[in-house]
Design a binder for this molecule. Structure first.
Ligand code: PEP
Ligand code: MG
Length: 432
């Protein structure tokens, strides 16, 4: 995937990395001519159907196809990974949204899922139709009817994830992105949605218009969605708990204990409010099934206010997971999707040495993380803490995470080996 706009932590890049699909996001040198299905780069014109190769690590773009092989851990590489596992103290989990990604990550040594972005499950097959019906619902009843169509699909996805993880921990994050990202843009899809909901095309268009936000990443997303529509959190809780109960029944020897993660919390009252629906729903599901399933409810720490008030938040959270993509965005006050446009000037002017979305800014964002741990842990000594922003797969950031005492880092499947090695190097350096 090659995009003209965006950057290292744009959702496009993050999702591609998670899928193991090579992506160079934000190549501003491209002159795009969409109408004629061609673009110009490096003085050459590329047409639809032409082949290019990408190096997602360096951002290099090559003309033509470069042969590749699938990544596996074998031979000398496997031996070094074995040594790394002997020395590291921090766990390495993965960010995975599909059973296939989870399986690949397990092969590469992941010891759990630190982040499952549930929204990515809504695109498959015709489930996007029900999801769009949910978004364009005007009453709770309409929304619940659409959610009821999604529930079995989501439950099935979670069952497959639990199966793939074989009793290792799985953190499932509830719906996070702004809803307008999912609405139809093509006339034909708008008409299909209107017909399904018994509405007119104009009514659907008006709803879509009303979802427009000037700053969507600072808008109606994360736990704010669950605050306005608790029925979404209730449906996701039922799906997680029912899936876990089924997999636990099939594999009584596995330690299936769902970790439900609430995103974008900035105030303890938000977490309390959403958690109430989660706990009520989960407890009712567990009682109805006559199960003894245990579960945890935790939160992402990705808004500076959450880090600053972590002593309050820790009272209600079983775990913290640092979402350093958003935490970086909100601490610096610039957009993770747009900063790529001006960061080069900052490197040239020696204001920044690195992209803070790629390498953790230890002095600023890192200080907030340390503060959150110092405030949270004494209040809740059982609190377990990890990181699931893209920094979880960057060696110097992994070293910092080890230093401040995180229990795990979580990164995309193909970065798991580098995180294992970096965690071992950090543990050895710390001993010295
Ligand atoms: C984060 O913000 O660091 C995070 C992991 O969540 P997302 O990238 O999905 O916003
Ligand atoms: Mg986030």
């Amino acid at each position: 995937i090659l995009t003209v706009r965006g950057g290292m932590t744009s959702h496009a890049a993050v999702v591609a990395r998670g899928m193991g699909t090579c992506c160079v996001s934000g190549c501003g040198d491209i002159t795009m001519d969409e109408a004629n299905k061609k673009f110009t780069l490096g003085g050459k014109e590329f047409h639809e159907g032409d082949a290019i190769s990408l190096d997602g690590s360096t951002g290099a773009i090559y003309d033509g196809i470069i042969p590749t092989v699938d990544a596996t851990i074998a031979g000398e590489f496997g031996r070094i990974m074995g040594w790394a596992d002997k020395y590291r103290t921090m766990k390495v989990r993965t960010n995975a949204d599909t059973p296939a990604d989870a399986k690949k990550a397990r092969e590469l040594g992941a010891e759990g899922i630190g982040l499952c972005r549930t929204e990515h499950m809504f695109f498959e097959g015709n489930r996007i139709d029900a999801f769009r019906e949910m978004i364009c619902s005007e009453t709770v009843e309409e929304r619940e009817a659409a959610l009821a169509k999604i529930l079995p699909e989501q439950q099935g996805d979670f069952e497959k994830l639990y199966e793939a993880l074989e009793g290792n921990p799985v953190t499932i994050r509830f719906l996070d992105p702004p809803l307008h990202e999912f609405v139809p843009t093509e006339e034909e899809d708008i008409k299909k949605l209107a017909d399904a909901q018994g509405k007119t095309v104009d009514q659907i268009k008006a709803i879509i218009d009303s979802l427009h936000e000037f700053n969507p990443m600072m808008g109606h997303r994360g736990c704010r969605l669950a605050v306005t529509y608790p029925e979404i959190a209730k449906m996701q809780t039922s799906a997680v708990i029912r899936a876990a109960i089924n997999v636990k029944k099939a594999h009584p020897d596995w330690n299936v204990k769902p970790e439900i993660m609430i995103p974008l919390v900035g105030d303890i009252k938000e977490l309390k409010y959403v958690k109430k629906f989660v706990v009520e729903t989960a407890d009712a599901e567990i009682a109805a099934a006559g199960s003894d399933l245990e579960y945890e409810v935790g939160t992402m720490i990705e808004i500076p206010r959450a880090a600053l008030t972590a002593d309050e938040i820790a009272k209600e959270a079983d775990f913290f997971c640092f979402g350093t993509n958003d935490l970086t965005q909100m601490t610096f006050g610039f957009s993770r999707d747009d900063a790529g446009k001006f960061l080069n000037a900052y490197y040239d002017a020696k204001i920044y040495e690195n992209d803070p979305f790629a390498k953790l800014d230890q002095n600023g964002v890192g200080k907030l993380m340390e503060m959150a741990l110092d405030l949270g842990k004494p209040v809740n000594p059982k609190l377990h803490c990890g990181i699931c922003g893209e920094h979880g797969g960057d060696p110097t950031s992994v070293e910092f995470c080890n230093k401040i005492g995180l229990d795990y880092v979580s990164c995309s499947p193909f970065r798991v080996p580098i995180a294992r090695l970096a965690a071992a190097q950090a543990a050895i350096a710390q001993k010295k």
